[in-house]
Design a protein around this ligand. Structure first.
Ligand code: LMR
Length: 342
């Protein structure tokens, strides 16, 4: 009898422990916040001192402040948890809850995200900013394709214009690209861009790009000043052309079931934190990219070339075939929608 009583008490205790430790994401309905904070895992691939890295850290601080510690953002930078090849899958499966990839990497789910690679589509930073807050941008964030994969886009984060670097010779005219091989982030549009210039390309994850440049697997790459500087590509590249031929921007995506399950008040506070972090991120993008260009120049390791208007136009014209090939995939709704925001 005593033994049965003991066993019943042990089972009861086990049930209580299990209920308490169901934790922040388990069970059905809203997440529990009474004992442990809700943990939001935020994974990204750039370094902690990059534009995205700094903004993610500030977002984490703001979430802690605004929720009074009821939610906690754990930031995993530098592909520590997941790299380019698996962070989207990790988000879909709920192994991480937030990511902020360069939007072209969303090509796996929806090819329209390659709008960002369409050559010379954006005129300047103000144009990109107008786009982030436009209905065209919202149509991408809230698309059925994302919802069908249990993810939702929340906001756009900025990085900036891309520029070419390489270690063979200066790139001033379309012919100069001939025969070189470049690292590309993802997708067919970038492949077509390099083809149109007579160059080859290889898709290489961000985390492996430095080594690929160092070992000569590729001759060059294209990126923003801040990514070049914070990844120290100036150590392994000799030439940089200030081309502004395409953009590299981000969107913050969340796992939708996780987001929907958050208690409403916490979700609102996290949303407010994200709004504030986003304003800071946009400012950081401008400031950090400007500072990075200075750093690259100061390193004395890279020969920096500014293109004349005529030289930029010649490269833009050489890239026109990319519009013939991909205009339909990206859709005129997006391309014209972006052009009309100028
Ligand atoms: C790259 O792969 O070059 C970038 O997408 C990295 C990043 O997240 O800025």
């Amino acid at each position: 009898m005593k033994k049965i009583l003991m066993l019943s008490i042990i089972s009861l205790l086990a049930l209580v422990v299990a209920a308490c430790s169901e934790g922040s994401t388990g069970g059905s309905g809203e997440q529990k916040t009474d004992d442990k904070p809700i943990v939001i895992k935020f994974s990204h691939v750039t370094s902690i001192d990059s534009v995205k890295g700094k903004a993610a850290e500030r977002f984490a601080e703001l979430v802690a402040e605004k929720t009074g510690g009821k939610a906690k953002v754990e930031v995993y930078p530098s592909s520590q948890l997941y790299g380019d090849n698996d962070e989207l899958d990790a988000l879909v499966s709920g192994n991480v809850h937030m990511i902020a990839p360069s939007v072209t990497k969303m090509v796996k789910l929806d090819p329209r995200w390659q709008y960002v690679d369409m050559p010379f589509l954006f005129e300047n930073q103000a144009h990109a900013q107008k786009f982030f807050e436009s209905d065209v941008a919202k149509s991408l964030l809230n698309s059925d394709k994302l919802a069908g994969n249990d993810i939702m886009g929340l906001v756009f984060w900025e990085n900036g214009f891309k520029h070419f670097t390489n270690n063979k010779h200066q790139l001033q005219k379309p012919e100069d690209f001939k025969g070189l091989k470049f690292r590309a982030q993802a997708g067919k549009v970038l492949e077509a861009q390099f083809n149109a210039l007579g160059a080859g390309s290889a898709t290489i994850s961000f985390g492996e790009t430095y080594a690929a440049l160092q070992q000569g697997t590729v001759d060059g790459q294209e990126n923003t000043y801040n990514n070049i500087d914070t990844q120290k590509y100036q150590e392994v590249q000799k030439y940089m052309t200030l081309s502004e031929h395409g953009r590299l921007d981000y969107a913050v995506f969340v796992n939708k079931p996780f987001w929907d399950k958050m208690p409403e008040d916490i979700r609102t506070q996290v949303g407010e934190a994200l709004k504030e972090a986003t304003e800071l991120e946009w400012q950081l993008a401008a400031d950090e990219n400007a500072a990075s260009l200075e750093n690259i120049k100061k390193s004395g390791k890279v020969e920096v070339l500014e293109l004349t208007d005529e030289e930029r136009t010649a490269i833009a014209e050489a890239l026109d075939p990319v519009y013939d090939e991909f205009g339909e995939t990206i859709t005129s709704e997006l391309i014209d929608g972006i052009r009309n925001l100028k």
